[in-house]
Design a protein around this ligand. Structure first.
Ligand SMILES: Nc1ncnc2c1ncn2[C@@H]1O[C@H](COP(=O)(O)OP(=O)(O)O)[C@@H](O)[C@H]1O
Ligand SMILES: [Mg+2]
Length: 308
């Protein structure tokens, strides 16, 4: 088996008397999109900063392509491209000029590679426009382009869809998925959004309060995501009659009907209603908070929660 492209061993970071990351063991295999999922404050950015050598770990170590990031940073970093914060570009320069400039700084990147990268991230047509006129989504794609310039084996993206509107998010997600499939690049992407990780990742590591709580194939770990399903139908009374026979029981009130259930049972609910002669206008899954999901996943086992 191939060695992992990214690896951490007991990686830990303490701020004051609080562990932001604690004993993180990760092995990221090559050639797929790997998700790093956790709610805000879970320790994702801190982990990524340590993996990229931007901050030193309190203990433990991180390797890129088998090379220790702290003892041999230049060599280790030659295998990785990254986008950690919203990347800063010169607004008065064009997208193409920004990448050319970055290419000259890092060396060995010609204009042909810059144009290749612009095509990869879907900015070839707009590459001649000034960045100050770019949408947030376009800036984010240019950031991805910058991470790809030196043809790294792996790119590390810290919440790359943060701050984007829904269509921008979709655009960036599609691009990431494409990159992995077409270019054979390994992508390590952090996110606090369950559905985002579900949509693009093969494997996922789940982190909460600085600790790894689960690791595995997305479809196995996240398949039975608990949701609230809001149901809009032609005949609410009839639908309530049908669903009262169902497990779980619906709640109704004055608004929509709601079911608390696993997301993979939505088709079943739809079929049940339609076959009972109820017209279904909408089945809208409302996302549960990640925090709640973690509680389910860890069986309320998180005992050392501080008072913060
Ligand atoms: N430079 C810092 N100094 C003190 N505490 C920090 C610092 N950076 C992060 N933290 C704390 O570490 C925890 C993890 O933060 P972070 O890694 O940014 O989480 P995430 O990226 O998952 O939202 C948080 O409680 C945060 O407040
Ligand atoms: Mg973060």
């Amino acid at each position: 088996m191939d060695s992992p492209i990214l690896k951490t061993e007991n990686l830990s970071k303490r701020y004051g008397n609080r562990w932001a990351v604690s004993g993180l063991d990760l092995e990221v295999p090559r050639g797929q999109v790997y998700g790093f999922l956790g709610p805000n404050g879970a320790g994702k950015t801190t982990s990524i900063r340590m993996m990229l050598g931007l901050i030193a770990p309190t203990s433990g170590k991180a390797e890129i392509n088998g090379i220790n990031i702290n003892s041999n940073p230049i060599n280790a970093l030659s295998h990785v491209g990254a986008m950690v914060e919203t990347p800063a570009f010169y607004g008065y320069l064009t997208g193409r000029e920004n990448l050319q400039l970055l290419g000259r700084i890092s060396g060995g990147i010609d204009n042909k590679r810059v144009d290749e990268v612009l095509s990869l991230v879907g900015l070839f047509e707009r590459g001649g426009d000034r960045v100050k006129g770019y949408s947030q989504g376009m800036r984010q794609r240019l950031g991805l382009g910058q991470a790809l310039l030196a043809k790294p084996a792996v790119i590390v993206l810290d919440e790359p869809t943060n701050g984007l509107d829904p269509s921008g998010m979709l655009e960036v997600r599609r691009l990431i998925k494409d990159l992995a499939a077409k270019e054979g690049i390994t992508v390590f992407i952090s996110s606090h959004l369950l559905h985002e990780v579900q949509a693009i990742c093969g494997r996922v590591a789940i982190i909460n309060e600085g600790k790894l709580v689960a690791e595995g194939l997305v479809e196995e770990l996240l398949k039975s995501e608990l949701i609230k399903l809001d149901i809009k139908v032609s005949d609410k009374n009839r639908a309530m009659d049908v669903l009262r026979e169902y497990d779980p029981k619906p709640s109704g009130g004055n608004g929509d009907i709601t079911l608390n259930m696993e997301s993979d049972r939505i088709p079943e609910v739809n079929r049940l209603l339609v076959e009972s002669g109820v017209d279904v206008f909408a089945l809208v899954p409302r996302e549960e908070s990640l925090e709640k999901f973690f509680l389910e996943l860890t069986g309320y086992a998180s005992g050392d929660r501080g008072a913060s």
